[in-house]
Design a binder for this molecule. Sequence first.
Ligand code: BDP
Length: 689
Amino acid sequence: MTTPELSNVHPAWLAPAALRALGSRRVLVCGEGPLVETVADEVERACARFGGTAIRRLAPSAGGEADADLVLTLTATDRGLGDEGFELARVGGASVVRADRPAGLLYGFFEILRLGGAPAFTDALPVGAQRPALGRRMADHWDNVAVHPVMGQVERGYAGGSIFWRDGRLREDLSRVGAYARLLAACGINAVAVNNVNVHQAEAHLLTDRLDDVRKLAELFRPYGIRVHLSVNFAAPLSLGALPTADPLDPAVRAWWAETTEQVYALIPDFGGYLVKADSEGQPGPFAYGRTHAEGANMLADALAPFGGVVHWRAFVYNHRQDWRDRSTDRARAAHDHFAPLDGAFRDNAILQVKHGPMDFQTREPVSPVIAAMPRTRLAVEVQATQEYTGQQRHVCYLAPQWSEVLGFRPWGEAGASVADVARGQSRDGYPDGDGGGLVVVSNVGDDRFWTGHPLAQANLYAFGRLAWNPAAEPAAILDEWIGLTFPGDGEDDPDPAGPARLRAALHAMMDESWQTYENYTAPLGVGFMVRPNHHYGPDVDGYEYTPWGTYHFADREGIGVDRTSATGTGFASQYPKPWSEVYEALDQCPDELLLFFHHVSYGHRLHSGESVVQHIYDTHFAGAEQAHAIREHWHAVADLDLVPADLRERVDERLDEQVRCAEEWRDQINAYFYRKSGVPDAHRRIIH
Ligand code: BDP
């Protein structure tokens, strides 16, 4: 299977050793259908490699025959497991994976791999049914087909070029895409958008004359239960169809989309649907024609409906040409202002895709109020694995704790639904549970040999899939799972049996609280955007302060923070339902970590922690830089172990040095800036300015 393209690529969480437990056994695969063939192929390859026996049968099995150690079988009669669920059982000394549908069997197979040796093949097997909480678990690629003069091949990509596209064309050797599909399925992802939401001219053609490229990609994703989606340009009827308008209510425009979509499905029958960024950061949209975003989305939804497709319509709509002197506008308000009034106006196959926070993937933001404002709309929540604002895959920053916090947040208070419930669709009347918009991640993958630039950033993509499958999963447990799969050691052949455990403990210590560490040495107390303009790496406190982007901290000699209260500020806090509107409005109730997102306060203002704002800034920045050092020390402390390939070690070494350097730069710039602004000395006299 190894092609030149793949020979040098890191196996990520499908390390060969992870296949050993299964590959050395007798494994029976039963059932018919393309995805069952995928499972059978996987089993055959693993057995050929590790000396086991793969047995294939088309009829379903009850389990426990042919002396098999493991039976993977479709059920003869439906057991209510759904399209993607599976059930684990022990029958007569064998482990059995049952699924009603082929995709369930695929996920059951990967669960067995995850469990590894003893738990998968003994009575330690965790028996019972598992179903994904969210039906849609999607990875969006911000990949450009042609190299963009400013953004490069992958917009906000920190792992090399695109695995799909190179210099304006589909890559010739696509074996890497097959390997990617396998990795995605192994963590539970079932949809992929293959081009950037900013759809430039080269990418726009994927919808029509370059559609065959998309078909080729769909063929590689299909065996792993993954549907392909395409970002489309709202103005395509003008640029591709030579129509005089893209007005969503114009009959000719509607007919153009209907015909174009029909052709898409003629070539790709299981095509997932469209992804649209409209009226945002220069992308065209319905506003140009005086139409609403529901009218725009519904036009595409209508074109897709006959084929079972969906449109993911992004809620990231705001004015990026604001007058920074005008304090009455607030970018945080924009998505809610635009979309909340449209609740109930979207078609059933239109999914409103909402960034998890009201601004833009900052290290710390409150949950977007849009998520609580549209009970009659199918909502998807979007998170960002590509670390645009969280260290750009040069810094270790394990993001699952952030996403887990978002998913567990209860916008209506403790007794109400969580964000995960909303994404699942649980709160919508008259629709089946699980039919929500789901969870979407902006992918962090590129053609880098470690997939994600920083090898440890792989954990973010893996964790995304696992959280979308089960939003209640513990980030620390997912981390250990990922570490175990990616760094399995040599098992009984390990010369130093304690070594793998030491390595795993070190990785856990490096990564588990790395999001908190990153927050500590960067922008404080929820204020965000203190990054260098354009590329967004490294500190620049005022980089965006006097720009039209709507991203301000309002630091002056008296204090800092954005007043988003109703009484004296922008009123953003009132976009939340109770109790959160009250909590955020009230200075004495607002959580410390979001204080500057909601309030403008003096430097001497006391936090709930008892510390003053400015001393908190100093302390967290000193602590964060020290923690970055500690991350590197954990890694150095296991340098003696021969368990990590030399190239991976080198890459991690080099990134950790950069993280430490950059954390110190952040610490020094932020602390010097606030010392100079406020004139308040550090209680411990550490600041050099
Ligand atoms: C911002 C990125 C920009 C994206 C935009 C988006 O800086 O490159 O195009 O989000 O989500 O975070 O559309």
